[in-house]
Write a protein that binds this ligand. Structure first.
Ligand code: CAA
Ligand code: NAD
Length: 284
């Protein structure tokens, strides 16, 4: 498979915008698509800000930063992605919504294109089965924030070919990432371990064991995590955390994965974390 030069990212939220930024910073022509035009405006702002931060710290030259911004194209029209070599899906963590998108992508992209998903937990095999090209469907799971975090978790579906795996791994490495591989089970490796810890932090708060501040300080200073688990949940998005817990619970069939009622209630109340200005903490 030839080197992938043209990358399209679908979903311009916190993950999609960071992945498109990475692609542009590493010399790819990058498309960023979102059905919501205001998400594209926010993405453009956050990418510009992130590139300025990297330039001001000397981690990126002014020229590469400028070049990267020039390589980015924003759109809401799926047809514009038809010539991309790889499409990285980063929309809402819902199997139904992702499957509908994969069906559309399968129709409009060139037959050689790889369809990758940044899903946190959903079966790659099932997403692949919605397409006519399961050999070219793969999980490419970036960590938040994508420009900073050093890991990409690659997940092969039941039919993913070696060619697709090798090309995806080469792309992640070109982005400067270390790759780990996971088999296609709910939550893969990172979220299989991380999300039950975050859920347990919610139970610790829910049952009144400690305040949110003490839970976070405890885990930050007690285990050297950069963020406490509740602060991290706000950073990830409580809706994303809840969706992942539901996939773990349904897919692994153990009551230990049942989402904490407090997490459910916060999401019901629209307290989705930093992106909404309120979650476990108030950011307004
Ligand atoms: N673009 C560019 N630079 C950025 C950035 C961005 N989007 N975000 C942070 N930075 C840079 C800052 O400029 C700063 O650089 P210096 O240290 O060189 O000055 C550095 O990163 C640290 O940033 P801050 O000082 O603003 O804040 P911080 O020290 O709290 O670091 C953080 C921010 C890197 C996010 C850090 O808190 C951290 O590592 N948190 C944990 C993140 C994590 O665990 N992510 C994984 C979540 S799980 C996941 O992603 C999988 C899933 O499916 C849910
Ligand atoms: P987000 O809510 O910040 O952004 C999702 C974006 O997708 C929104 O802008 C929305 O308008 C757009 N969208 C929804 N349906 C669409 C469609 N059909 N077509 C085009 N755009 C559509 O979400 P996020 O946090 O960026 O997460 C995106 C994906 O990445 C999810 O699968 C999530 O599980 C995964 N992920 C999230 C994190 C994290 O820390 N938040 C980390 C790794 C992976």
């Amino acid at each position: 498979m030839s080197e992938m030069k043209s990358i399209a990212v679908v979903g311009g939220g916190q993950m999609g915008s960071g992945i498109a930024q990475l692609a542009a910073m590493h010399g790819c022509d990058a498309w960023l698509l979102d059905t919501d035009p205001s998400a594209l405006t926010r993405a453009n702002k956050s990418i510009t800000h992130s590139i300025q931060r990297l330039v001001s710290k000397g981690q990126l030259t002014q020229a590469v930063g400028k070049d990267a911004l020039g390589r980015l194209r924003y759109t809401s029209n799926l047809q514009e992605l038809s010539s991309a070599d790889v499409i990285i899906e980063a929309i809402v963590e819902s199997e139904d919504v992702k499957k509908k998108l994969f069906i559309e992508l399968d129709k409009i992209t060139k037959s050689s294109a790889i369809l990758a998903s940044n899903t946190s937990s959903i079966s790659i095999t099932r997403l692949a089965s919605a397409t006519s090209r399961p050999k070219q469907v793969i999980g490419m799971h970036f960590m938040n924030p994508p420009p900073i975090m050093k890991l990409v978790e690659i997940v092969r579906g039941a039919d993913t070919s070696d060619e697709t795996f090798n090309a995806t791994k080469a792309l992640a490495e070109r982005f400067g990432k270390t790759v780990i591989c996971s088999r296609d089970y709910a939550g893969f490796v990172v979220n299989r371990i991380l999300m039950p810890m975050i859920n347990e932090a919610f139970f610790t708060l829910y049952t009144g064991v400690a305040t949110k501040e003490d839970i976070d300080v405890g885990m930050k200073l007690g285990t050297n995590h950069p963020m406490g688990p509740l602060e991290l949940a706000d950073f990830i998005g409580l809706d994303v955390c809840l969706s992942i817990m539901k996939v773990l619970h349904a897919g692994l069939g153990d009551s230990k994965y049942a989402p904490c009622p407090l997490l459910v209630q916060y999401v019901d109340a629209g307290r989705l974390g930093r992106k909404r200005g309120i979650g476990v903490y108030d950011y307004c």
